[in-house]
Every structure is written in structure tokens, then in C-alpha cells.
Design a protein around this ligand. Sequence first.
Ligand code: HQG
Length: 184
Amino acid sequence: MDNSFEDLSKFISYVLRHKPESIGLLLDVEGWANIDSLIRGAESVGASLSYEIINNIVSSSAKKRFEISGDGNCIRAVQGHSSESVKRNYPELQPPVFLYHGTATRFLDSILEHGLIPGARHHVHLTQSESLACNVGRRYGKSVILRVGSQDMYLNGFKFFKAENDVWLTSLVPPQYIHTLADS
Ligand code: HQG
């Protein structure tokens, strides 16, 4: 870890979403971690954090990945968790008619056969923005945008949640609700 701003931001994502135990950090069910404990735990693995650095990371995240509690003592990732300690109680909401998911072309056959599955994370992640979906897909290779018939899913009993940073979450998307944009 070279303690660059980007590395520290990825490190915070990793411990707050996936492996708090890697630095002996406790997350409550809503994902909150004590900031002093985060700084101490980070130090034990050579990551130099401070309140100032953490505040900069939180405020500079364009995707608003993190949130600091009203009293300033705690921090959490608002979505994207795989940690079993976290079981966030997101508000359940009626989604728009369509939501979008960006993925890599090499995953397409599997997705069209099995649907979108959460993998290690707690939810499938969807967005209202096609361009954001495209950027998400690009992380894994050549991007393809999938349009999800979220309103039809909702009317058929699937639950949808929206995180504080406007990422939509659902447990899975069966293939019949998925269309590649080229097909639509
Ligand atoms: C794919 C970013 C094969 C899925 C974003 C994705 C997001 C399948 C990958 C957040 C599949 C999982 C999460 C199936 C799904 N067969 N592949 N049946 N079902 N997949 O990273 O949604 O920058 O766990 O398409 O903005 O890509 O980190 O999920 O490509 O909100 O804040 O399996 O991460 O936010 O990858 O990204 P991920 P995701 P941050």
C-alpha cells in the first residue's frame, strides 16, 4: 500500500463493504464502523488514515459511496456489501419502468441464461443512468448495457430498494426481464 488517495479510498471500500475483520473492525447491521477504530485498524496494516483524509475521501466520491454519521463518529459504505455482519434495512420503493445494468460482453451468455445474480454481494446493482451503467460494465471488459423491466418485476412481486446514493438494489433479475439495448 503506497497510501495514495486512490489506494486509501479502495482500502476503505474493501474493509467497509467486504472484509472488516481483516483489520479487526466491527460493522453494525446498518454497516456503520467507528472512525477511530477504522484509523487504528488501518494503521495495523500500514494504511495511514486520519479524519481529514477520510473526510476528503467521502466528499470526493462522485458515486457517494460512503456516509459519515450525524455525530461524526462513524462511517459506512451505503451499498455494495458482501460482509455478513451487514444486513441493511433499505427503504422498499416502487422502481421506474426500466433500470439499467452495465456488464461485460463476456458475461452476457451466462446472464441471459441464468439472469442477473448478486454473486458475492448482497444485491444486484441497477441504475437509472445508461451512461453510468456503461461505465460500470467497462470495469470488466467491453461494456454492454442491459435494460431491466423493473416495473414488470415489481408488479410481479419482486422487491426493490434504493440506497442513499441512488443505486437501485434487488435480489436477482430473472432472464425474462432482461433485454440488451441492441435488442430493444
Ligand atoms: C456479473 C460499482 C455471469 C455482473 C458499481 C457484474 C455498482 C453475471 C459481475 C457496484 C451474472 C459482478 C457493483 C451471471 C451478474 N453470469 N455474470 N448470471 N449475473 N453477473 O462488481 O454490479 O464503484 O459484484 O454483470 O457502480 O458490476 O464499487 O457487481 O459484471 O454499483 O462504488 O457479475 O460496484 O460501484 O460484479 O458492480 P460486481 P457490479 P463502486
